[in-house]
Design a protein around this ligand. Sequence first.
Ligand code: ZN
Length: 478
Amino acid sequence: MLLSYKYKLRPNQQQSDKLARWLDLLRANYNWCLKDRIDGWHQQFICGDYCDLRSGIEITPLTCSLVRGTQLANPWKEGNGKAKKEGEKDKSPKRTASLMQDANLQDLKAARPWYQGVDIGVLQQIPARVNEAFSKFFSGAGFPKFKRRHDFKSFSYKPGRIKIQGSKIYLPKIGWMRFYNSRSIPDGFEIKTVTVRQKADGWYVSVRIESKSTPDFPAIPDSEITTITGCDMGLGKLVYLSDGSVIDNPRFATNKHTRHLMRVRQKRVNRKQKGSKNKFKAQQKVARLRNKIQQKREAYQWNVANKIVKKADAVAVEDLQVKNMMKRCKPVNSEIGRSLPNGQSAKRGLNRSIADASWHSLTQKLEYLAVKSGKKIYRVNPQHTSQTCSKCGNVDKENRNGEKFICTNCGHVDDANLQAARNVKAKAIKLYKLNGTAGLVETSLINSGERPLDNTLPKGKRCMNGNPGNRNIKAEMS
Ligand SMILES: [Zn+2]
């Protein structure tokens, strides 16, 4: 079982200075490695005679870099990639760009003695991080960017380097440091990768712990699922559940009070002189407020996710593409090329609300908790979930009128969002063929509010009609 625990560190002044210095050093190293990879990447596009600026050698097919991406270190592996032990396969004799940068670390330490003070494992993570950025780029993400101070806030230690005793943690090359031991690591778990992260209110450490002897919670097979909760995420309320209950959306970042506070604090930043200490202090206040909002949201979402997962054997959610929902409106131009209003200013407020609700991170938490407790999570296509009548299956845009749902075909009346949640549930049952197994009743009857099957089904299994969730939970809890 693999878990991740987070603690707040209590470094003394020297230690927190050192941590900040490390971040700067590592960021410099990251950018340097990235520059090297970018140079190598561009080299392949250059035609004709040119010479390498660093070595001054004229580039010919013989002297040009063998590995696309870097010119550091020896491109050939020691022993030409032959298997070290018998029975193993021979590997490629060439080093990859990342391995070459890794092999160059010794030279780097000799050339820049101030890197001696940084743990070698931490330093080795940097070429790996650059490599990860590049492989993401090769698989379709954006081109890797140079890191600035605000987007390089963490570094990690390799497994097995960290010790924890009571409320003290040992970070190699930094020493023993106090921390808030808010939850103890269970017996039998060993510490894997440890990431140190700077936030507006101090330093945190996230510890991955693993125990091979503790098995994961066995997941329920599809055929044994008897109860399922459909979720429809919204803005008015955060989550609408298919059992008819709703979960409030506290709007941590977009409520009136916080927005006012943020505006005032941001204004104070803007009025301070550029580069001044006062500006820095004002910026810190903004950052701390942001951090606080985020912490509140996280805590709330864990709470909500816990509640939802506990309700039933499985959860069905919409597979939302939040990124697409938050896209800007397309520009509208008049015939003479002048921009016309396109509704973006109204959309901006909506986008803020969507970002504040952060459905994606809530879904991730649901997933984490579901896996942890052996339950299932199903994702369904969100198309037409709020326009379909759950009683007769009629799909029509006209069905929905604001918050109300009135079917144009059969006249079924319901709350539009709850209707959507029920549709999500029905879709999941249909898609994953949960129907007909272990007590789940016909899809068309699931959400109808009718209870024709009460007499035919054995007790305890008639969970899916009427107002199923509540009844079942009560039964489970009692
Ligand atoms: Zn209908």
